[in-house]
Structures are given as C-alpha cells and as structure tokens.
Design a binder for this molecule. Structure first.
Ligand SMILES: *Cc1c(COP(=O)(O)O)cnc(C)c1O
Length: 391
C-alpha cells in the first residue's frame, strides 16, 4: 500500500487571510481598541446558548481563571478525572488547591459520577468534568451531585466545541465551561482559549482577573483584584472567527466518519472503540480512541502498533498517562503550591490506568480525510493483525 494523504491540520483559507489582513491594516491589534475579540466572544457564546464568553490566551489559563473566579482558596479540594490532559490537574495546583483525581468509566473514558461522589469531603469545592475526546460526560448525574453537596462545576470542554449532552452544549449545567484553541484542537488559532458562563457576576470577575485586575477598557490603573494578563489578541480572534464558520460542518463530517470506523474496527478482535453514551448527542471526536489488545495482535506492544501505523503514514498516538504517574507529579515538587503527593490512592484509578496503558488514538483530522484514508486505516490494522505489516 502506498502512503495515503490525510487531511492537513490546521486548515486555514481565504477567510482567515481576509480577517487577518483587516487586523493588520487597521492597526488595532489588541482587544482594547479592536472589535474582533468582542465579535468572536459574542458568536462563540451564541453558538453554545450561553450569555457570556471571554476569550483568553489559552485553555490552561482559562482553567486557572475559572477556579479563581469561583473563589477557590488554598487547600480547597477539586475533583478531576485521573485520565485527562495535564492542565486539568495542574490548574488547581497553580491555584494552591488540591486536585483529587477520581476514576473514569472504562468504556466512555469520561469521569465516573459514582467515583466523584465517593471522593467528596468537607473540603471539596468543585468538580472539573472533562468531555473526553469530545464526548460529553453524564451532566445529569454530575449536576445532581453538585446540587446535593453544593459544589461548583467547571466543564473542561477543551475537546468539545459544539458538543451536546442531550440537547445541551457545554456551559448548560455548570458555572463555567472552558475551551482550548491550541494547534491540535478542533478549532484553532495556534494558541487560544475561552470561557463561557451564564452568570453575569462570574463573567465580570473573569474580565477583571484576565486583565491584570482592571475592568475591561479601563483607561486608568484601576487594579481592583489580584489578576494576571491572559488577554486574547485580535489576530487570534480573526482566525477563530473564520474557524467557527467551519466548525459545525466539520463536526458532522467527523461524526459520520467515526461511525464508519466504529462499524469496521468494531469487528476486529483485539480492538475496542470508545463507547458513546447515546445521551452524548453531538460528539466532536477530537480524538478517535480505541483499546488495543496486544494478545490479539501476536504480542506486538501498543507502542510498536502505533509505530507500524505511523510507518504507513497513519497519524496515531498513545493515550495520555495517568497524571499521578507523570514525573512532575511523582517528584512531588509543587513549588509550595501544595504540600506533597502522598494523598492520592492510585488503587482507585484502575480504569484510568488501563486506558492509559492500552488505548491508541487517531487525531481528529483523520476523520476529516477522504474515504480512501479511512479504508486505509482499517486495512492497515487488519494487515498488522495478520502479520503482513511487521515490526
Ligand atoms: C488542550 C487541553 C487543555 C489546555 O489547553 P491549552 O490551550 O493547550 O492550554 C486543557 N484540558 C484538556 C483536556 C486539553 O486537552
């Protein structure tokens, strides 16, 4: 089989160039005198049926700002999934709060509501569900828990732009939802982030926090609260305005192609695809994820399997490590933000460990590629299984 050509990512076109040129020529490069960030915020909020949106520099800072806006204090416990990208876990630490990792569901890879409830203590203040790979978590169950124990919810929707739980987008069942527009995400401006909320007071607090403590458009030095600078600039927003126009169509295409791969890969012994909860109505498929069972593939390891796919020109990666197994966490040097790492009971994180050891993912642009690419993915996996593509 010859190497096949998958879709590029990121994808930019005339619209990005046109809007970027407008910004360059206008001489208005930051949000304080331009209108691109504001326009993008309005459109992105509307797209998610939310009242307010604030554009920021990236998704990691969005998480930190969300915690600060909800008045998270030193020593507060924040429940997070053990299987996620590092930022979900490091953001609480950078706010002097304690991330308490709980297990995810073995099949959907999303945070397990029962595990959340079991981890709640008097110090618990908030939950950060992560809509893993674009599939929304069980927001009905999480919302119920948040009401019962009076907890805040910050949705980490870094993978889930335009996703829906039943009919509801991120932000519907939470205080704040955050997004990332980092280079690999399903809409991007290289680096970027956003927060959405329906609460005016929270929105105003976010504006202060992200703009060194000053009200938006303040012309004096009215630093009202301790903040940071996390402002989005007009170039980022220009690109995002163009990206947003393509989001819905791309989400549909990914959904269609993910279904095709599900039907084909689901038949291969030794491959088990991420299960979709039928209530997660729109799944954006930031990552196409599946378990790889080495025993069904003549004992080749998961890493070798990924290398073999890569050698055929197929982009593929191994799953995130469980956060407490990363060197950063094991060394336990948190620069004084939190005390040590001894509070975590890894024996309760079995599903997360299994996923991080056995899962492989294909980036979302595989699902934006032509039918011949999808068929090549299926054929390559079948050939590896038959020993026709060797280590
Ligand atoms: C990408 C990502 C983030 C952080 O976003 P950046 O824009 O890269 O800072 C946070 N959470 C999850 C789950 C992510 O995948």
């Amino acid at each position: 089989m010859d190497k096949i050509k998958f879709s590029n990512w990121p994808i930019g076109g005339k619209k990005e160039i046109e809007l970027l040129t407008e910004v360059v020529e206008s001489g208005k490069w930051w949000r304080m005198n331009g209108d691109k960030v504001l326009t993008f915020e309005k459109k992105f909020a509307e797209y998610h049926n939310s009242k307010y949106c604030l554009g920021v520099a990236n998704g990691t800072l969005a998480l930190e700002l969300a915690l600060a806006a909800l008045d998270i204090q030193a020593g507060d416990e924040i429940i997070v999934p053990a299987f996620t990208f590092i930022s979900t876990f490091s953001a609480p630490i950078n706010c002097d709060a304690i991330p308490v990792p709980v297990d995810v569901d073995e099949d959907t890879f999303c945070i397990d509501p029962t595990a959340i409830e079991n981890a709640i203590t008097e110090k618990t203040k908030a939950i950060i569900p992560v809509h893993m790979a674009g599939q929304m978590c069980d927001m009905d169950a999480i919302f119920k828990i948040s009401k019962k124990y009076n907890l805040k919810i910050i949705e980490d929707a870094a993978h889930a732009h335009g996703a829906k739980w039943r009919g509801f987008p991120p932000g519907s069942f939470s205080d704040i939802a955050i997004f990332s527009f980092q280079n690999g995400k399903i809409m991007t401006c290289g680096e970027g982030g956003a927060l959405i909320t329906n609460n005016k007071r929270i929105y105003e607090k976010l504006c202060l926090l992200h703009g060194v403590g000053r009200p938006l458009y303040d012309k004096g030095y009215n630093h009202l609260v301790l903040g940071t600078n996390a402002r989005m600039n007009e170039f980022q927003a220009a690109v995002l305005l163009a990206q947003l126009e393509r989001l819905q169509e791309m989400n549909k295409l990914r959904e269609k192609n993910a279904k095709f791969l599900d039907s084909k890969l689901g038949e291969i012994e030794g491959i088990k695809v991420q299960k979709v909860n039928p209530k997660a109505k729109i799944n954006t498929h930031y990552m196409y994820m599946f378990y790889f069972d080495s025993r069904e593939f003549n004992g080749i390891t998961r890493d070798e399997f990924v290398d073999l796919l890569n050698s055929k020109g197929i982009p593929a990666f191994v799953a995130y490590p469980v956060v407490c197994n990363t060197r950063f966490f094991k060394e336990g040097n948190f620069r004084g933000h939190i005390k040590d790492n001894s509070y975590i009971d890894v024996s309760k994180l079995k599903n997360s460990e299994k996923i991080s050891k056995e899962v492989v993912w294909l980036p979302h642009y595989v699902l934006l590629s032509g039918q011949e690419c999808l068929e090549a993915v299926v054929a390559s996996i079948e050939n590896i299984k038959k020993g026709r593509i060797e280590v």
